[in-house]
Design a protein around this ligand. Structure first.
Ligand SMILES: *Cc1c(COP(=O)(O)O)cnc(C)c1O
Length: 495
């Protein structure tokens, strides 16, 4: 029997909840995020894990954190998630290029790493509802910087007992990202472009979540909210699995010795993906450095440098839009942890963040961040990295992965550290075709979007993914826009 893991809020609400309750709620009542009371240790050796396929590894990780799910429930969720929605049985392949290992997390139905968690979240959510005898319809409210939205829509479309509403920044996503979302089928789906940026969308959603009156009104009509954003531990836990799987793969292929430490580089926005790597490390996975890569919105780089988190700055639209974020929600889980699991300290900082847009951590807390390294890549550096890797080995990176790759280059140059390194490859280049092709050669700028897709397929020698083929001719079915202040009304009207 595994140790029972309960969850509690990062902001002081002392009530412990089970994993399934935490998944259903998404966010704690006090506005905090749910964190496991303690982080369990992997109970299978790396040798054993290296003999397992993705689904088995996922089970070994998730069983330790989602302890109120039965073995059968968890295995059923895993089976339903990691099936032929993925275009490879390996689920998360490792590709060696230029001395690093790119962990391709984009083989799911919407070709970004969000599929890794969002293909299983709906199953975890309905199972959680059943376990807790919930009869209300679950309404998933999601703010997206582009990739979460489509992945959540794909996951929840036509899932009985659920509805999903997605808000995205009208002018802050790539054309292909937008087309993917507005063509989404399913009677239970709603997609809304807001006149604002991702942080506005995320703040708006958080406000709707904490609106007690609205909650009461909807409850009386048989609805309750939950979240598909990475603040939900049902997103975070499945993301831990692929770091363990990547390590196991390297071991199986003889690229590392058992116990040898690796570095992990993560292109970061909301801090969910890298936090999963941090949890993996705490579960005993031999990770040395956690390298946090940012684009020009380099709040996190500044934070790791100075210990001051300051969102008071210009919001920059970049070619890696899924990282255009100034409030990295999941950082709160790390702050809580480096404060020695002190919810009071964390709550004060989060209060300062919402009142003044900034906070500073203590010297002691900063010392606890020694395993992290932060840096960023400018737009020019990102484009140059795409071109460099393509020209040296024919491998085409997407813009987000290129940010990580460029930051890894800076890290290696600065530190001379030659530890084997896994770079999280978070999206297919087909999702950001124009930026990727422009980086390779300016001449492509004249071509229209889908012609570019075919050209990318040719020069990169990869088949056009199903996700892109699907939207070539799909009709637009969502054409709703609103101001940030109208988000609540839009939600009410849909329900
Ligand atoms: C969401 C996303 C990121 C950022 O991940 P976080 O977990 O929010 O830090 C990076 N790259 C791509 C392609 C994404 O979709």
């Amino acid at each position: 029997m595994n140790k029972q893991i309960m969850y509690k809020s990062t902001r002081g609400n002392e009530r412990l909840v089970t994993a399934s309750e935490a998944i259903l709620k998404g966010l704690s009542e006090d506005g905090g995020l749910f964190v496991p009371e303690s982080i369990p240790t992997l109970d299978k050796s790396m040798q054993e894990l290296s003999q397992m396929d993705y689904k088995k590894v996922a089970y070994e990780v998730m069983k330790l954190l989602l302890t109120d799910f039965t073995e059968e429930e968890l295995k059923t969720c895993i089976e339903r998630a990691y099936d032929d929605k993925f275009d490879t049985e390996v689920i998360a392949p490792l590709v060696e290029a230029e001395g690093a290992y790119y962990l391709e997390l984009f083989h799911g139905s919407t070709i970004a790493f969000k599929d890794m968690a969002l293909s299983i979240l709906p199953h975890l959510m309905i199972t959680s509802a059943k376990k807790n005898h919930i009869e209300n319809e679950i309404v998933i409210l999601t703010a997206t910087s582009g990739d979460t939205g489509k992945a959540a829509l794909a996951g929840f479309a036509d899932v009985e007992g659920t509805r999903i509403i997605v808000f995205y920044p009208k002018n802050g996503v790539s054309p292909i990202q937008e087309k993917q979302m507005v063509t989404q089928k399913g009677d239970n789906t709603l997609v809304v472009g807001i006149y604002g940026n991702f942080d506005d969308a995320q703040t708006g959603v958080k406000q709707i979540f904490s609106d007690k009156e609205l909650e009461k009104e909807l409850l009386s009509r048989g609805f309750q909210f939950s979240s598909a954003n990475s603040i939900n531990i049902g997103r975070l836990v499945p993301q831990i699995c692929y770091y363990v799987y990547a390590y196991a793969t390297l071991l199986k292929e003889g690229k590392i010795a058992d116990g040898e430490k690796i570095n992990v580089v993560v292109p970061t926005g909301n801090f969910g993906n890298i936090l999963a790597a941090f949890y993996a490390k705490n579960m005993g996975l031999p990770i040395a450095k956690l390298i946090c890569a940012s684009n020009d919105n380099k709040v996190l780089y500044d934070f790791f440098e100075t210990g001051v988190y300051d969102r008071n700055r210009e919001f920059i639209l970049t070619t890696s839009p899924s990282m255009d974020i100034l409030i990295s929600s999941n950082l709160e889980r790390l702050i809580y942890r480096i404060a020695g699991n002190d919810a009071g300290v964390n709550a004060d900082m989060m209060k300062a963040l919402s009142a003044e847009g900034k906070y500073e951590i203590s010297a002691e807390m900063k010392n606890a961040l020694a395993d992290f390294y932060g840096n960023y890549a400018t737009e020019e550096e990102t484009a140059a990295e795409i071109k460099r890797i393509y020209e040296s080995c024919g491998y085409v990176l997407d813009t987000h992965t290129a940010v990580a790759s460029a930051v890894y280059g800076k890290y290696a140059k600065q530190t001379k550290d030659d530890t084997k390194t896994v770079i999280a490859s978070t999206a297919s280049p087909f999702k950001f075709t124009r930026s990727v092709m422009n980086a390779i050669d300016g001449k492509y700028d004249a071509m229209e979007d889908f012609a570019l897709v075919d050209e990318l397929s040719k020069i990169g020698n990869v088949k056009v993914p199903r996700a892109i083929e699907e939207i070539r001719t799909a009709p637009v079915v969502h054409d709703v826009q609103c101001e940030v202040c109208e988000m609540k009304e839009v939600v009410k009207n849909f329900l």
